[in-house]
Structures are given as structure tokens and as C-alpha cells.
Ligand binder design. Structure first.
Ligand code: PLP
Length: 401
């Protein structure tokens, strides 16, 4: 069966060039980069090259890049690193739409005596900048606001946020896991102090990430151990994956323009055709301030999981916005924070493309998704009711629920 993979915000295919770059570090060059001998030393040099490649993608200095095991570790390292370095400050500002790597950490922090202010978003998934400014206090150790949302693709105005954070004398961390490689970032002219990167979202393998820590930021390591990563992250380096992340960043830089010229038009065509062919569908999230690869669509009165199962039968790999990728049946905290109606939250689907998707992939989804929605509506009691009423108002939707 033909597989159409449009779940790239969950994970991406490892680029063939990345696999090729990694292979010798499993076989021939297995030395420990911390060793005194030349055999290990040559591996350390390749890690330096990878650090340069990551830094080049985000226009940072290589000394500001710390390799980690994943995006989740980078998020934890950033927040704990700043809290531990500033023990007198026990307040954190974040948003209601963060990835669990930040969201659940903040919940844990609250249970452990920290104070967290969670900023809400409007129906388009955007923050209220004044609310952010008011939330930052004297004792705010860190403001952690994601760059782009993994469920909706909504992009926050991070530089505007950063200048407010600077004026208020706090530190800005951004989880840029979904932004890096999809939109250009320039940390040389930025107000961001710490930034999270995850390898597997940009065609590198799973289990490797990076944290940008701006020069001059006092940061206490999260993983305490050996002197690796200039004392900022203990543990022998995951050499092949770091080499892979470096190569993936080099490729992302080379292909960045395609995100706008190739991926965005495919996403737009997919979205427009589906909206045209499936009634009672809506896009969740701001249409303009959005990643070029992501669309989060809600189909009222059908279950997202049912859509995914039927898409799966047609070889289409997508995600539900109503249930986290973990398989939990909790409705999406992101869509709920946006005030998306209950009937639409449950029928949401995220399609996320990459530069490896083709026009044929998009046509395949356009062919199969609208009939799937029609079929589900016909067998759903809510769907039948829509048909009978022909026109349905917000009030009557609430009546049905
Ligand atoms: N932050 C965001 C926005 C994500 O989308 C993800 C992964 O889905 C993570 C953090 C966690 O990254 P990792 O899977 O590398 O731990």
C-alpha cells in the first residue's frame, strides 16, 4: 500500500544524507571524544563540525550550542538551569499551549513550591502581549514561550515577547522544536536567551537535541556528570546522532527556501481543497502566523480518532488534535485553550508536511479524506442531525451536545 506520511510534526524521516553521515560513527570511528588519543580526538573534531552546522542554521556562535538527548531534555535543562542558577526567583511565566515538555514541567514546579503564570490565547491561538508584560514580576526567573505550536503551527511573535522580557529584566526561553528547519531563525540579532532544538523534527534521528544558551547567561547544568559540553551537560556524547543532527541542520539550511516555495503551496492546496469538499470544517489557528507545513482541521460532529483509523486504511499517516500523540483520550489542551467548540475539538486532525511530500501525496489525501468525513457523518447521530437541519447555528450545536 502506498504510504502518505503527513505526520511530520510528530517525527520526520531521517534524511538519507544524514544516515550516510552517521554510519562511520557506529563502525569505524567509535572512539570516545573525551579520550586523549588521536582516535578519540578525531571524533571530537567531528562533534565540533556538527556544533558549527547547528549554530549556522540558527545563526548562533558554536560555543552557544549544547548537545542534549532530545527536545524534552533541552526544555527541562533550560528551565531548571535558570531556576537553579537564580534560587531567589521562584516565578515562571509560560503559556497554556506549550508542549508537555514545558507544560507538565511547570505543573510539577507548582507542586514543588514554584509560582507559574500561564498565559491564555485567543481563538486564533495568539497571545495577548499586554497580558504577558503584566505577568512578568521582580521574581520572574524565566519566561518560557514556544516559538511555534506543534498542534496548530501558530507562530508567536517571539522577538516582540523577548523585548518585553528584556525590559522587565527576565530571561527568555523558547521551545523552537517545531520552528527550527521550517522557518529561518537569526539568534545573532535576537532577544532569545535559550532555545530548544530536537533532531527528529528536522530529519535527524530521535534521541538527540540541542540547547542554545546565549553567551553570558548563567546556567546550572541539568544533567550533572562529566565535563562534556564544557561542563553544561554531563554524559558521553551520542556521537552518531550528533553528527546526524549537524548534517540535518546543514540540509535544512540548504532547503529552507523550499519550505515556502514547495511545502507551503502543497499545504495550502490540501487545506483549501478539503475545506471546499468537506462541509462544517474549520482551520484551527491563525492562518497567516503559521508554520508553512502544518494544518489543523476540525470536522464538526465526527471523532478525530475515527478519521485517523479510516485514513490509516488508505495509508495516510496523520495525527489527531483531540488526543495527544501519547494516545491519551484527553481533548487537546491547545484547542481547548483557544476556545474551540467541544464538537470541533473532538473532530480535529493535524496534517503536517515536509519537503519529502509530493503533489501526488496531497492529491491522495484530497481524494480520500472528504469521503471519509461524509461517511462518518452519515453514521454519526450528530452528523444525521446536521443533515436534517441543513443549517445549524452555534446555539443548536450546543443543544445537540
Ligand atoms: N516541544 C515541542 C514543541 C514538540 O513538538 C516536541 C515533540 O513533539 C517536543 C518539545 C519534545 O521533543 P522530543 O520528542 O525530542 O523530546
Amino acid at each position: 500500500m502506498r504510504v502518505v506520511y503527513v505526520d511530520n510534526n510528530a517525527t520526520t524521516m531521517v534524511a538519507p544524507e544524514v544516515v550516510e553521515a552517521m554510519m562511520p560513527y557506529f563502525t569505524e570511528y567509535y572512539g570516545n571524544p573525551s579520550s586523549m588519543h588521536t582516535f578519540g580526538g578525531q571524533v571530537a573534531k567531528k562533534i565540533d563540525t556538527a556544533r558549527q552546522q547547528v549554530a549556522d542554521l540558527v545563526k548562533a556562535d558554536p560555543s552557544e550550542i549544547v548537545f542534549t538527548s532530545c527536545g524534552t531534555e533541552s526544555d527541562n535543562a533550560a528551565i531548571w538551569g535558570i531556576l537553579r542558577a537564580n534560587p531567589q526567583k521562584r516565578h515562571i511565566v509560560t503559556t497554556r499551549v506549550e508542549h508537555p515538555a514545558v507544560y507538565n514541567l511547570c505543573k510539577y514546579l507548582v507542586q514543588n513550591g514554584y509560582h507559574v503564570t500561564e498565559l491564555g490565547v485567543n481563538s486564533k491561538g495568539m497571545l495577548d502581549i499586554e497580558e504577558l508584560a503584566d505577568a512578568i514580576r521582580e521574581d520572574t526567573a524565566i519566561v518560557s514561550v514556544m516559538y511555534a505550536n506543534n498542534e496548530t503551527g501558530v507562530i508567536f511573535p517571539i522577538e516582540e515577547i523577548g523585548s518585553i522580557v528584556k525590559q522587565k529584566g527576565s530571561i527568555l526561553h523558547t521551545d523552537a522544536v517545531q520552528a527550527v528547519g521550517k522557518i529561518p531563525l537569526d539568534l545573532s540579532k535576537s532577544t532569545i536567551d535559550l532555545l530548544t532544538i530536537s533532531g527528529h523534527k528536522l530529519h535527524a534521528p530521535k534521541g538527540v537535541g540541542a540547547l542554545f544558551v546565549r553567551k553570558g547567561i548563567t546556567f546550572t547544568p541539568f544533567v550533572i556528570g562529566g565535563h562534556q559540553e564544557k561542563n553544561r551537560r554531563g554524559g558521553t556524547e551520542n556521537v552518531p546522532s550528533i553528527i546526524g543532527l549537524g548534517k540535518a541542520c546543514e540540509l535544512a539550511k540548504k532547503h529552507m527556501a523550499e519550505e515556502q516555495t514547495q511545502v507551503r503551496p502543497l499545504r495550502d492546496k490540501l487545506e483549501n481543497e478539503i475545506l471546499k469538499r468537506a462541509p462544517d470544517a474549520r482551520i484551527n489557528g491563525h492562518k497567516d502566523y503559521r508554520l508553512p507545513n502544518t494544518t489543523n482541521l476540525s470536522f464538526e460532529f465526527v471523532e478525530g480518532e475515527a478519521i485517523l483509523l479510516l485514513l490509516n486504511e488508505k495509508g495516510i499517516c496523520a495525527s489527531s488534535g483531540s488526543a495527544c500523540t501519547s494516545g491519551s483520550l484527553e481533548p487537546s489542551h491547545v484547542l481547548r485553550a483557544m476556545g474551540v467548540p467541544f464538537t470541533a475539538v473532538h473532530g480535529s486532525v493535524r496534517l503536517s508536511l515536509s519537503r519529502y511530500n509530493s503533489a501526488e501525496d496531497v492529491d491522495h489525501i484530497i481524494e480520500y479524506l472528504p469521503p471519509i468525513i461524509k461517511r462518518l457523518r452519515e453514521i454519526s447521530p450528530y452528523g444525521r442531525e446536521i443533515k436534517e437541519r441543513k443549517q445549524i447555528s452555534e446555539v443548536s450545536i450546543r443543544d445537540i451536545v
